[in-house]
Design a binder for this molecule. Structure first.
Ligand SMILES: *[C@@H]1O[C@H](CO)[C@@H](O)[C@H](O)[C@H]1NC(C)=O
Ligand SMILES: [Zn+2]
Length: 694
């Protein structure tokens, strides 16, 4: 019998076994070998998941380092030996198609030595510690009354700081002492949720700039450990035939020439992005004045988000009436548990399984103490029914979206749990798409009404485009051509025109208009952002960035791709890419870029199935995805289940083809979804001669 933990002699034995008997029993032996490899994979994944979970909930656990080291050693030895064996068999042509795929999944990736794996763990831990400990404490200046918001306290502090700065004639450091003596009451902001919350709610440019900068103060210390982390990974990647770790990251997605592929996708949504960008810039200029240029990139700190990738908080600048879903959730007194139950209910309505008992007992949904690292995570513990959520959730609509997103991962884990161990994973872009695709269903007016976030009047307030698009109708232009037309249309002086803005005819804006605008502000900026984060790292990994201008390169790319600039010149003493969780966490990001497109394709396909009760190839060209209520559609659920349960047993193209009938990732569904918005924004652009591009 072949044992699981193969020694060199076993390997030789197995090869001899194979070479000498070309018949039945050998096939059986190989099948058994693969069964054992798959079982061991599950066993190691289970151990790894337990350690990762423990790291997140209690990073200071004393025994953890030891356990983690033991685990790494055992896994490395096992994996490399198993790989040698299956690669030997593969060279002999002894593996069937399934086994070849499993061998590929088992043996791809960087090959770390034990020492490298340890070094990786330490560096990784160091980076995450820097990231998680970002904090600022501001003295609560004595004459500030209790009960003021963080924003107000910071404002007071800045006013005082400026006064001193003027008196002393020197620059006052923004950095305040975290360990300041406690004799003064101090206000502290700690962790990404609190920082981002301020970026989302404050409309004071000074406060925003302060919070934005402070968030990036400590990430400068990531520069050196990040360099080391990359060196170690490159070394290990080269050991397995990749030119650098970036090549493996791209390879993993199984898309040829991913860089060109992504650039093309970006180009195909750029007209839409530029339109949103131009309109947002125009209204920000109304609000904040000359600090926002008329035609250039937008200052990063004014975009309603710590990373400028979610502009939804700016909706109220653009439309006179909006629908504040956060407020409504508050007035309904939803708890986090209520939200999770509603998300669960949506998936169940599609005929998908309910969250397990262990999910409810083991998940961490709100912050218990200060130590947890709670960037939203869904964990597959590789144990019967043990799927967990880790997320320090608040009760905003954004939190509601995150919960659906993470639950999409858990549905995926459940769907492929009966597959062999090596197939219990999936193309990462697909994995990221499920929960977000579901979210389009949740954000339909019908479902929002169903869960009492919209009232009857709003539900029935359908688009009256006759009035709204009066001007646009004559110039119904194809999307791609449209922005060229705007470019010739922007000669007039926007400053002058801006003074005459009256929103009287934006007054008949419909519920659908509001919802789609909010959705676009939330989603579209993520597209250039996610491309940025990995294009930058790919260049870093391959060594094509000058070590002395790493930060400048970063901001050059931000400007090019996002049309955004930092609020001040950012020198090389900073390492601003490190202010992004997935950089500190060393997780690839391009999956989110691809998912931005895939999730629309998936949703469109679920929508078709829901409406037609099957999978039709053809649908009317003009239809309204925003109002496609898929809640309760068992057919949609069936398609999803079919797609998810395949795990990584096939390449993604084949899975997509066989489940939703598409074989590529494209912007078509996304552009269909946003067609009504395109019209709405076009109307604004024409009315106010808003410049487009940067
Ligand atoms: C798939 O889409 C990408 C990106 O738009 C494009 O570059 C590629 O040629 C397409 N591939 C096929 C096979 O259609
Ligand atoms: Zn995710």
């Amino acid at each position: 019998m072949i044992t699981l933990y193969l020694r060199k002699t076993d390997i030789r034995f197995l090869l001899i076994l194979f070479l000498s008997f070309k018949f039945h029993s050998c096939e059986d032996a190989i099948n058994t070998l693969f069964e054992q490899i798959n079982e061991a994979t599950v066993k190691f994944n289970r151990l790894g998941a337990e350690i990762a979970w423990q790291y997140s909930v209690d990073p200071n656990d004393a025994g953890l380092t030891r356990r983690s080291a033991d685990y790494q050693l055992e896994r490395i030895v096992w994996q490399q030996r198993s790989c040698e064996v299956v690669e030997g068999l593969h060279e002999q042509g002894a593996l069937n198609v399934t086994q070849q795929r499993q061998a590929h999944l088992l043996c791809r990736g960087p090959k770390f030595t034990y020492e490298e794996a340890r070094a990786m763990s330490n560096l990784y831990d160091g980076l995450l510690t820097i990231y998680s400990n970002a904090a600022v404490c501001v003295p609560n200046i004595s004459n500030v009354a209790d009960g003021l918001s963080h924003e107000a306290v910071i404002k007071q502090y800045l006013v005082k700081l400026n006064r001193f700065a003027k008196v002393d004639g020197r620059n006052v450091s923004l950095k305040t002492d975290k360990n300041a003596p406690k004799r003064e009451a101090i206000f502290c902001i700690k962790g990404e949720e609190e920082f981002d919350k301020l970026m989302k709610t404050s409309k004071d440019p000074e406060v925003l700039e302060f919070v934005w900068k402070i968030w990036r103060e400590d990430t400068r210390y990531m520069r050196a450990p990040f360099r080391e982390l990359v060196n170690v990974q490159n070394e290990a990647a080269r050991r397995n035939g990749y030119t650098n770790i970036g090549e493996f990251w791209r390879d993993e997605l199984e898309i040829d020439d991913l860089r060109t592929f992504c650039r093309r996708l970006y180009q195909s949504v750029k007209p839409l992005y530029e339109l949103v960008h131009g309109v947002v810039r125009f209204y920000l200029r109304q609000r904040y004045g000359d600090v926002v240029s008329a035609r250039g990139p937008i200052p990063a700190h004014l975009l309603g988000n710590l990373w400028s990738y979610n502009w939804e908080p700016l909706a109220e600048f653009i439309i006179p009436k909006t629908i504040d879903l956060d407020d409504r959730m508050k007035s309904l007194n939803w708890t986090v548990i209520d939200m999770v139950k509603r998300a669960d209910d949506f998936y169940i309505s599609l005929g998908l399984p309910a969250m397990t008992e262990t999910f409810w007992s083991k998940s961490l949904m709100t912050r218990v103490n200060d130590n947890e690292r709670c960037h939203g995570t869904a964990a597959d513990m590789f144990k019967d029914g043990d799927f967990r959520l880790l997320y320090c959730s608040g009760t905003s609509f954004e939190d509601f979206s995150v919960l659906h997103h993470e639950m999409g991962h858990i549905q995926y884990y459940m769907a492929y749990q009966h597959r062999p161990g090596l197939f219990r994973q999936a193309n990462t872009a697909l994995h990221e798409s499920v929960g977000d695709a579901i979210m389009y269903g949740v954000r339909t007016p019908q479902h929002l009404h169903r869960i009492r976030l919209l009232n009857d009047t709003e539900l029935f307030d359908v688009n009256n485009n006759n009035k709204i698009n009066k001007n646009v109708r004559k110039t119904t232009v194809k999307m791609v051509n449209a922005h060229r037309i705007y470019k010739n249309n922007i000669e007039s002086d926007t400053n002058r025109i801006a003074a005459f803005i009256d929103d009287s005819d934006v007054g008949d804006i419909s519920t659908d208009d509001i919802l789609i605008l909010k959705q676009a502000l939330n989603k579209l900026p993520q597209i250039p952002f996610s491309l940025l984060i990995d294009e930058y790292r790919w260049r870093y990994f391959e060594g094509s960035l000058d070590e002395n201008s790493l930060n400048r390169h970063f901001w050059d790319m931000v400007r090019e791709l996002q049309g955004v600039v930092p609020p001040e010149r950012r020198g090389e003493e900073y390492f601003d890419v490190g202010a992004v969780f997935h950089v500190a966490d060393n997780t690839p990001y391009i999956r989110y870029f691809l998912s931005s497109f895939l999730q629309h394709q998936l949703f469109e396909s679920l929508c078709r199935a829901s409406v037609r009760g099957r999978r039709p190839r053809w649908m009317p060209a003009k239809w309204d995805l925003l109002r496609c209520d898929i809640y309760g559609s068992k057919v949609a659920g069936k398609i999803l289940k079919d797609l998810m349960s395949r795990g990584s047993s096939q390449p993604w193209r084949q899975i997509l083809e066989e489940t939703i009938g598409e074989s590529n990732i494209s912007a078509t569904s996304l552009n269909t979804y946003y067609r009504p918005l395109y019209k709405l924004l076009t109307r604004l652009v024409q009315k106010y001669s808003i410049p487009i591009g940067w």
